[in-house]
Design a protein around this ligand. Sequence first.
Ligand SMILES: Nc1ncnc2c1ncn2[C@@H]1O[C@H](COP(=O)(O)OP(=O)(O)O)[C@@H](O)[C@H]1O
Ligand SMILES: [Mg+2]
Length: 286
Amino acid sequence: MPFDQLTVPELTESLGEHKYIADRGLSTALLLALKLGKPLLLEGEVGVGKTELARTVSTMLGRELIRLQCYEGIDMHQALYEWDYARQMLFVRSLGSEEASDDQLFGPRFLLERPLLQAVRAGDQCVLLIDEVDRADDEFEAFLLELLGDYQVTIPEVGTIKAQSRPIVILTSNRTRELHDALKRRCLYTWIGFPESDREVEIVRSRLPEVGGALANQVVGAVNRLRAMDLEKLPGVAETIDWTESVSALGSNSLTAEIALDTLGAVVKDRDDLEYASRNIQDVIS
Ligand SMILES: Nc1ncnc2c1ncn2[C@@H]1O[C@H](COP(=O)(O)OP(=O)(O)O)[C@@H](O)[C@H]1O
Ligand SMILES: [Mg+2]
C-alpha cells in the first residue's frame, strides 16, 4: 500500500477491515506519520488500543512487527545488540595459543541483533513498536533519540549503522510519567482517550461479531458509568471486550445485576474498586 495517495477515510476504512476502529484524529496522525516518515507517539490510558494499532498497521501493510517491550532498567544491550560471549569464548579456545584480534571477536559473527538493530536493518520492511516507553528510565529515553531522529544506531565496537529505508516507528506510553521534550520533538504525538460510546460499541462488535448489539450497548453504558466513578483503575476498551465476552460466555444476552456481579472481575481489577463497584452495582448497570 503506497502512502502518498492515501486519504484519511481510506486509511480508516483499511484499519476497520482489520478490526481496528480509529477515529478521525488517530487516522490523521497515523497517515501523517506514514507520509512524513516520522515516528508516532501514542499516549493514553491502559487498554485503549495503542499496542493494537501497531499490530494492525503491521498486518495491514504486510510488514514484520518488531517489538521492543520497555521496562525499568532496560538498556542498550537488551534493546540494540549483545555480544555472544559463549561463542566468543569457544572461538578463543579454538585458536589455542594464537591470539584473537578485536576485529574478529567484535565483528558480525558474534553480534546478536536485538529489536532496534533488527529494525534498522529491516528498514521499510518492518513496523517497529517501542512499547510502554514510560517504563524505561531517562537514560534509555536519551539513548532512543539517535534512532528516532536519524534512523540510525551506534554500536561502540562497530560504528554507526543507518537504516537504508525508514521503518515505521510507533511508540506507546501509558503516561506513568512525563516523557522528555527531546523525545516528543522527534515524534508526531497523539493522545488516545476512551472512545465515544458509539465507537466503543463498534469496537466490541467488530471484535465479538457473535454478540448482539443490545448487550454490547448495555456493557458499554455500564463501563462508562464505572469510568465516571472514583475508581483507582479505570477500565479500558480491553475490559469492555472481556466483560461482554464473559457475560456472553455465561449464556446471557443481557447485563442484569446478578450477572454483572458474577463477572465484575473481568472489568474491575483492583480490590477496593471491586468492593465499591459491587456495593453500587445498581448504579453501574442502569
Ligand atoms: N480502536 C480499537 N479498535 C479495535 N480494538 C480495540 C481498539 N482499542 C482497543 N481495542 C481492543 O482492546 C485490546 C487492548 O488494547 P491494547 O492495544 O492492548 O491497549 P493499550 O496498548 O493501549 O494498553 C486490544 O487487544 C483490542 O482488542
Ligand atoms: Mg499496550
